[in-house]
Design a protein around this ligand. Sequence first.
Ligand code: NAP
Length: 280
Amino acid sequence: MAKLLKGAPVAEALTSGLSVRVRKLRERGIVPTLVILRVGEQEAGQSYERAAKKACAAAGVETFSVVLPENSPREAVLHAVRSINSEPGVHGALLLRPMPDAETERAACRELSPAKDVDGICPASLASVFTGGSEGFAPCTARAVMELLDYYAVPLSGSRAGVIGRSLVVGKPLTMLLGARDATVTLCHSKTRGLAEICRASDIVVCAVGRAGLIGADCFAPGQVVIDVGTNVTPEGLRGDADFEAAQQLAAAVTPVPGGIGRITSAILALHTVEAAERA
Ligand code: NAP
């Protein structure tokens, strides 16, 4: 039976280390603050918003939300982003996505100051992930996967990692972060041939697809670490992308959904906000 790699202890370790840093900032009159910008109701985004607020509260980071109506014109959204950029009391910004209009979302990501981009969405942040630079921040979920691997002492150097899903939120930045730690990464997607074979040959399999149970028994092998980033709402509740029972039987270790990467992602958001306040 595979070892369960729970997210809670990783998140707690990250958050407890933050308390001292937050206290030092507050002694200097700096209250690390995260603003969450939401356009419309964005049901999926609201659970991230709740989790972010909870994780920030646990770390001593202040949060507040700016909510714009669903049909806000692009200029109103960009104006809100510019106000966030120029507000010295705000250190980090989370732009909830997807926004109702994809082009507005892209423009808002471009507009956000890298210094406040604690979820790694603006071009400068992503460029830093790819170049190893220090401007902006890595996307929280990609960093969450790295934190979990480190917490559970999963060897990375020389390992083979199969990353399934090539979004800018998870798969692509994670490929860079793993590569920077000397893993050899195969980035897989919907057109990949021989996905199961690639996965079976990997020491680490990261599932970031968004389809419940898609990654099945044929993808797992003894000794493997399976990281399930997927969060899919199903009639049976929240499910990951991996067939959890199969991974538990075949692999060496697996993250649960819920209770895995998601929990760490919110803690990273708090961590990045504190880092942004320290840099400012
Ligand atoms: P996304 O932007 O929709 O990307 C999905 C990726 O999966 C694409 O690269 C797609 O390939 C690939 N894909 C689709 N069908 C496939 C198949 N049959 N075989 C192999 N690859 C396939 O998704 P995302 O934003 O990265 O999110 C992925 C999942 O992670 C979702 O469940 C999301 O809710 C979850 N998530 C969780 C967290 C967290 O903190 N826990 C954070 C972010 C996302 P193509 O590029 O070829 O289309």
